[in-house]
Design a protein. Structure first.
Length: 457
């Protein structure tokens, strides 16, 4: 009797994956109690723990991490002397932003035009289902041929470092021969890609004060120092005339040596309006993957509706800086702090505090595990594997690289450009989920076989 190809086994599991992804997306698991109840995160964590137990995982635990959130851990034992692979994803999500701009409810998985829409569908609850589907397929075909650890983080989007600190306090917990981070994405839909570098990130709160209280703009405007105007001048100093980031003390001349991101493709992916110019200089790849970039994430100021004719006494902002590999996040935070203080006009009082941070990451693409992943992607997609950078941050990556310097780390995932992660109408391609689940299953099978043959992958 002929055995069923692994690809058919994976394909047959996709309807189940869709049902379970809908259940997981339904939890509004934003790890910020100011916006959503903590119970939503707790429900998502419990759902994942139950799913791991159902698949035979041992030592399943909800880990209370130092930032007040929970990560989910489980261990699936394999054959004696088999290697250990750690699979990572996160269940916390970005807030939905303007829910009225969603074409379907953000926490209700909805199929439209061949994609599944919902917050976290790609980033990164879909990654949880990618891991589960790959493992289920291997089990149906005779068993998972190695030891598997799964860790699903509960605060990755907040950048508060809970899991990093927990791992540092329990260094044996996540030890593995190879680590697969399921929180990246293909460079283009249908183009199999591993991500070799991530930018680090610092989040800084800025508060400017100039007066004891607001003043009437008619009586005092023109001489009284306006805190909001001071803040605007400070934030404007973080970019030059081209829009490129110019934080004093941060190198902004990096070059990306790998795959090129064509400007026309970027304009389409980013949905830049006709006639609006891109910012910065150098190639798009340089700007996204090899150079720092500053973004003003929010401003504390009176809203237009209800505003009074007042000179503002206080104003604040949340500012992020993404930094490329080779730049320490603490150094970037210090540089941003010094820059903002120096840019403050009129002797305005400035307070700057760090809300969160994560280090940049660069992988060794010459490692044997990359060769095994290239073979798996070629079989699953029928195309050669691409290697790209990613301008985003996964703070845990550098912590794992430091804790386990001999482990090989690979980044794959469902967040290709059409997924619109962090934006309204986030979605995942079910075809991408199927192919990447197949890729991961093939990779795990090849990895175990190579180790058994003594090839040292």
């Amino acid at each position: 009797m002929l055995s069923v190809p692994l690809s058919e086994t994976v394909a047959a599991l996709i309807p189940r994956a869709r049902t379970e992804l809908a259940e997981l997306v339904a939890f509004a698991s934003v790890a910020d109690e100011r916006q959503f109840p903590k119970s939503e995160c707790e429900k998502a964590a419990s759902w994942i723990a139950d799913a791991l137990r159902a698949e035979g995982f041992q030592d399943v635990a909800l880990l209370d991490t130092p930032d007040g959130t929970q990560s989910v851990y489980g261990f699936l034992p394999g054959p004696a002397d088999a290697p250990t692979v750690l699979l990572y994803a996160h269940y916390d999500v970005q807030p939905p932003l303007d829910e009225s701009a969603w074409l379907s409810p953000p926490f209700e998985l909805t199929e439209r035009d061949g994609r599944w829409y919902g917050r976290g569908a790609a980033d990164c609850k879909g990654g949880v289902l990618m891991h589960l589907t790959a493992l289920r397929a291997l089990k149906e075909q005779g068993g998972v041929p190695l030891n598997v650890k799964v860790i699903v983080e509960g605060s990755e989007e907040q950048g508060t470092g809970g899991l990093e600190r927990y791992a540092e306090q329990h260094p044996d917990l996540l030890a593995a021969d190879t680590i697969v981070i399921g929180d990246a994405g293909n460079f283009r839909l249908g183009l199999p890609t591993v991500v070799s570098s991530l930018r680090g990130m610092v989040l800084m709160d800025v508060r400017v004060t100039t007066l004891e209280g607001n003043l009437h703009s008619g009586s005092f405007g023109g001489a009284a120092p306006d805190a909001l105007a001071a803040l605007i001048r400070m934030l404007a100093s973080l970019r030059d005339e081209t829009g490129a980031t110019t934080v004093d003390g941060l190198d902004a001349d990096g070059r990306w040596p790998g795959i090129a991101y064509e400007e026309a493709d970027f304009r389409r992916d980013a949905k830049v309006l006709d006639g609006v110019e891109l910012v910065g200089t150098g190639t798009i790849s340089d700007r996204l993957w090899a150079r720092p970039s500053v973004t003003v994430l929010g401003i504390d100021a009176p809203p237009v509706v209800g505003a009074t004719p007042s000179v503002q006494a206080q104003a604040g902002a949340l500012v992020s800086v993404r930094v490329p590999p080779g730049v320490d996040s603490a150094a970037a935070a210090d540089a941003l702090t010094a820059h903002l203080r120096a840019a403050a006009p009129w002797g305005a009082r400035v307070e700057v505090g760090k809300r969160g941070s994560g280090e940049a990451f660069a992988a060794d693409t010459s490692s044997p595990a990359y060769a095994a992943m290239a073979e798996a992607m070629q079989e699953a997609y029928g195309q050669d594997m691409a290697v790209a950078g990613n301008g985003g941050s996964i703070p845990l990556c550098n912590a794992l690289a430091t804790l386990y310097p001999r482990a090989e780390i690979l980044l794959i995932g469902l967040s290709e450009p059409e997924a619109q992660i962090h934006a309204v109408n986030e979605s995942v391609s079910p075809q991408e989920l199927e192919k990447l689940a197949l890729t991961e299953a093939l990779f795990l099978r090849r990895y175990a076989a190579a180790q058994s043959a003594g090839q040292g992958v």
